[in-house]
Design a protein around this ligand. Structure first.
Ligand code: ADP
Ligand code: MG
Length: 321
C-alpha cells in the first residue's frame, strides 16, 4: 500500500473582481492524482504559479481542499480534526524555501528544536538534549552552536536548521518546497546531497518541489510535471529526463544545460507567458503554448493516463510526436 494516495484533488480560491463582476475562482490545483511510496523521493516541477505550494499546503492539511481525497496508508486525511490532526502533523513535516522566514529570530536553535520535540515526542530534558546534538550532527552543524540564534548562521546553515527541525520528530514524510531556490548555486548542491544522504539513511519519503528539472533530476526516483494546476506527465526520473513524452516536459528539459554533447537537446522556446489560472485555456491547458497543438487540443481535455508501464501523460498526441 502506498504511504500517500491523492485522488482528484482540487483547490479553487474564490476571488472578487469588483462589486458587479461575476465571482471568479483561481483554479490553483485542478484534479491532481498520484501516489507516493514509503522510502521514495518524488519530484514535483513546474513554473512559478502552477500550484506546487498550494498542493503541498493541502497535503499537510494547512488548507482544506475544495474536493478530492488524501489518504495516508488507509487513513483519510481530508476530514480529520483535533487530536487526530495533531498526531498526523507529527508524521508529516515541511522544509521551506526561506528558512529565515520560518525560524523565530528570538529563539536559539536549541529552543527551536526543543519546541518540536516537546510537541511531538515524550523525551525528557536529557533525552531532548541528546537528540538535539544528534540532529545537528546529522545535518552537518556543530552541536556546540545550538545556543546561537538564526541570524548568526548563513543561508545554507539556516536551511540545515530547517532540515533538522523537520527531522526532529521522525516523520514518515517530508515535503521540501523549493528548499534550495533561495541559496547560492555552490550551496545548493550541498543541501541536495544532504537531503539525499538523509533519505538513504532514514528511508523517509520526500516530496521534492522545484521549478527547475535540473535540481530534481538526480535526487528523485520519480518526477511529476505540473502546469497550471494539472499534472502533465509523471515517470521514473531516468525515463522522464532521457525520453520525455509530454511537449511541456520536452520544453522544460531543453532548457537544462547538458555537459555531455550526446545528451544535448534541441532548445524549445515556449511562446508567450503562462496563462492565468483564473481563466485557464480550454481543452489541454498547455495548447496555447504547445508547438505541436492541433485543433482537438483546444476542445478536449486530455486524460492523465498510463501510456506505458509506470509512465503517465496527459496529451492527445503522445503516440504521434
Ligand atoms: P507555485 O508554488 O507553483 O509557484 P502556488 O501554489 O503558490 O504556485 O500558486 C498557484 C496559483 O494559486 C497562483 O496563481 C497563485 O496566485 C494562486 N493562489 C495561491 N494562494 C492563493 C490564495 N490564498 N488566494 C488566491 N489565489 C491564490
Ligand atoms: Mg511555491
Amino acid at each position: 500500500m502506498p504511504l500517500l494516495t491523492v485522488q482528484h484533488l482540487k483547490k479553487y480560491y474564490p476571488v472578487s473582481r469588483g462589486l458587479f463582476a461575476r465571482p471568479a475562482q483561481v483554479r490553483a490545483v485542478d484534479d491532481v492524482s498520484f501516489s507516493l511510496n514509503s522510502g521514495e523521493t518524488l519530484g514535483l516541477v513546474g513554473e512559478s504559479g502552477c500550484g506546487k505550494s498550494t498542493l503541498s499546503r493541502l497535503l499537510l492539511r494547512l488548507e482544506d481542499p475544495t474536493s478530492g481525497s488524501i489518504q495516508m496508508e488507509d487513513l483519510e486525511l481530508t476530514g480529520i480534526k483535533g487530536e487526530a490532526l495533531r498526531r498526523m502533523r507529527g508524521s508529516f513535516q515541511m522544509i521551506f524555501q526561506d528558512p529565515y522566514g520560518s525560524l523565530n529570530p528570538r529563539m536559539s536553535i536549541f529552543s527551536v528544536l526543543e519546541e518540536a520535540l516537546k510537541l511531538h515526542t515524550s523525551l525528557d530534558a536529557a533525552g531532548r538534549d541528546a537528540r538535539i546534538r544528534e540532529l545537528l550532527k546529522m545535518v552537518g552543524l556543530n552541536p556546540d552552536y545550538a545556543r546561537r540564534h538564526p541570524h548568526q548562521f548563513s543561508g545554507g546553515q539556516r536551511q540545515r536548521i530547517g532540515i533538522a527541525r523537520a527531522l526532529a520528530v521522525n516523520p514518515k514524510f517530508i515535503i521540501a518546497d523549493e528548499p534550495v531556490s533561495a541559496l547560492d548555486v555552490s550551496v545548493q548542491a550541498q543541501i541536495v546531497n544532504l537531503l539525499q544522504d538523509i533519505q538513504r539513511e532514514t528511508g523517509i519519503a520526500f516530496l521534492f518541489i522545484a521549478h527547475d528539472l535540473a535540481v530534481v533530476e538526480h535526487i528523485c526516483h520519480r518526477i511529476m510535471v505540473m502546469y497550471l494546476g494539472r499534472l502533465m506527465e509523471s515517470a521514473p526520473a531516468d525515463a522522464l529526463c532521457s525520453d520525455p513524452l509530454h511537449p511541456y516536459t520536452k520544453a522544460l528539459l531543453s532548457g537544462v544545460p547538458q555537459i555531455d554533447p550526446s545528451k544535448r537537446r534541441r532548445r524549445i522556446i515556449l511562446k508567450g507567458d503562462v496563462p492565468s489560472p483564473l481563466n485557464p485555456p480550454s481543452g489541454c491547458r498547455f495548447h496555447t503554448r504547445c508547438p505541436f497543438a492541433v485543433p482537438r487540443c483546444a476542445e478536449e481535455i486530455p486524460e492523465f493516463r498510463e501510456v506505458r508501464p509506470g509512465r503517465f501523460c496527459a496529451c492527445h498526441l503522445v503516440e504521434k510526436i
